[in-house]
Structures are given as structure tokens and as C-alpha cells.
Design a protein around this ligand. Structure first.
Ligand code: ARG
Length: 274
């Protein structure tokens, strides 16, 4: 009799402990759900960039973070869309693979919207109008077009539209570099005859005096290109980014950022680039 009741007593304690454990577990789960729910309000967007492309993206001289038109623009889009932007530096030719594998949520890197890239990633609406230019040494008056580069030495940044354009030149000897400033430096050093790169970046490098004795060969650009923010294919983020971009175009913030970096009024942008 005594034995039996002790057993029942122990059983009661055991059941009590088990139910307490359940309550604690559920409470913990409940708390967890609440905290996940509240953090969704300030969703973080991991944004890739190749930061050697001023004035679009570069490492601030003062040892600070990133700066440039793209950096200001992305932060303003994030603010308008309620997203916290976190930048991650990547090589330019590693950006699309990173978007495809989902290690980053977006990329802003003066990236031209092309049909080929649009098969692998989704782009925002165009946010900047640019084009390619040929850079040559100051004394060069023979380079007047892409055709005049036949058989010449051309430097480009790997994976860019400039690199694709250079491939069209018959007999050209193409050298690829990890960044546009490195390609331009090769020209300044006299090791190549030309660089094919985005005009705003080459013009900025020439004007800043960072790349001495280099000029843009022709006033006319080789191409007309539009930059877009790239995201994983069909990502729901595309809609959020486009909405944020529209907000800052409409409220004047876009024009303010454009004037800060280019000292002029922004041109009218098309709704789509392809
Ligand atoms: N607009 C060119 C392209 O899409 C060059 C972009 C290079 N960008 C950079 N951050 N390095 O191919």
C-alpha cells in the first residue's frame, strides 16, 4: 500500500515536470515568433558592389566606408522602402553568381541592363543613363572610332560591357583587369593603346587627375546603356526596390543625389531599358 502510493506520488511529480517543460517550451517558441515578427519591420538587404568605380562606388579616402552615387542612391531607396541596406564588396564578375546563389539580396554596381544578364537576374527600372567611351593617351589623334583600334592593345575591366565591346575589334590584343582604375593605369603607363570603359567613370578619373596624360578619344559614345539594380531572378525585392526608386524620383531626392555627384540635372529615364 505504501509502496503503491509512493509510486503514484512519483508519477505525479513526473507528470508535473513534463507539463512544466512543455509550458516552458511553448513560451519560448511563442517569444521567438514574436521577436521574428518584429524584426521583419526593419528587413536587412545585403547589397553587393565592386567598389573601385568612382563616382558610382569607391572606398572613402578617409578610411571610412563606401561612397558614391550608387551608395547614396541605394541608401535612399532603402530608407524609402523601409529596408536596412548593408553593403558587401565583391569582384565585379562575382556579383551575378552571388545573386544566383542567393548569398546577396541585390547589387548596385553601375551595372548595365543587358538582355544576356536579364536571363540570369532581375533588374530594377533603369536608374542611370551611361555609355562606353574609348580612352587613349593625350597625344593620340589617330584613334577616332572603335574601328581604328584594329590590331591594337586594349585594356578592360573583366566581365564588363566594355570587355564585350573590345571583343568586337578585329585582331585586338585584350588585357583584362579586376578594376577599371587598374586598366586606366595600364594606359597611363603606356602598356596598352586604349581602354574601353564607362564614359562617366573614365571622365571622372581624367578630371580628378588620378590617371595622368589620358583623354577620352571621341565625344560620341560607343553605346547607350542604362544601369539597373540587379536582384535574384524574380525576387520579391524587385517590387520593393522599384517602389523606393519611384518615391525618390518623385520627391526630388534622386535629383538631389544626382546633382551632388554630377553637378547637373538628371536626364529623363525610360521605364525599361530592353
Ligand atoms: N557598366 C559596365 C557593366 O555593366 C561596367 C560596370 C562596372 N562596375 C563596377 N562597379 N566596377 O558592365
Amino acid at each position: 500500500m505504501l509502496k503503491f502510493s509512493r509510486f503514484r506520488f512519483l508519477r505525479h511529480i513526473l507528470i508535473g515536470l513534463l507539463s512544466l517543460a512543455c509550458v516552458v517550451t511553448f513560451a519560448a517558441c511563442g517569444a521567438n515568433t514574436t521577436s521574428t515578427g518584429s524584426s521583419a519591420a526593419g528587413e536587412t538587404l545585403k547589397v553587393a558592389t565592386e567598389p573601385a568605380f568612382p563616382p558610382f562606388e569607391s572606398q572613402a579616402a578617409s578610411g571610412g566606408g563606401l561612397e558614391g552615387f550608387d551608395i547614396d542612391l541605394m541608401n535612399a531607396i532603402g530608407e524609402a522602402a523601409g529596408l536596412t541596406v548593408e553593403f558587401e564588396s565583391l569582384p565585379f564578375d562575382g556579383i551575378i553568381p552571388a545573386l544566383q546563389s542567393g548569398t546577396v539580396d541585390a547589387a548596385i554596381s553601375a551595372m548595365t541592363i543587358t538582355a544576356e544578364r536579364a536571363e540570369a537576374v532581375s533588374f530594377s527600372r533603369p536608374y542611370f543613363k551611361a555609355g562606353l567611351a574609348i580612352a587613349v593617351k593625350e597625344g593620340d589623334s589617330a584613334t577616332t572610332s572603335l574601328d581604328s583600334l584594329k590590331g591594337k592593345r586594349i585594356a578592360v575591366q573583366i566581365g564588363t560591357t566594355g570587355a564585350d565591346e573590345a571583343k568586337k575589334v578585329e585582331g585586338a590584343k585584350i588585357t583584362t583587369f579586376d578594376s577599371a582604375p587598374l586598366a586606366l593605369q595600364e594606359l597611363a603607363n603606356g602598356n596598352v593603346d586604349a581602354v574601353i570603359n564607362d564614359a562617366p567613370v573614365t571622365l571622372y578619373a581624367v578630371k580628378s587627375g588620378n590617371i595622368p596624360s589620358v583623354k577620352v578619344a571621341t565625344d560620341k559614345l560607343l553605346t547607350e546603356e542604362f544601369y539597373g539594380i540587379a536582384m535574384p531572378k524574380d525576387s520579391p525585392t524587385v517590387e520593393q526596390v522599384n517602389a523606393g526608386l519611384k518615391t525618390i524620383i518623385d520627391n526630388g531626392k534622386y535629383a538631389e543625389i544626382y546633382k551632388k555627384w554630377f553637378d547637373s540635372e538628371p536626364p529623363q529615364l525610360p521605364e525599361t531599358a530592353l
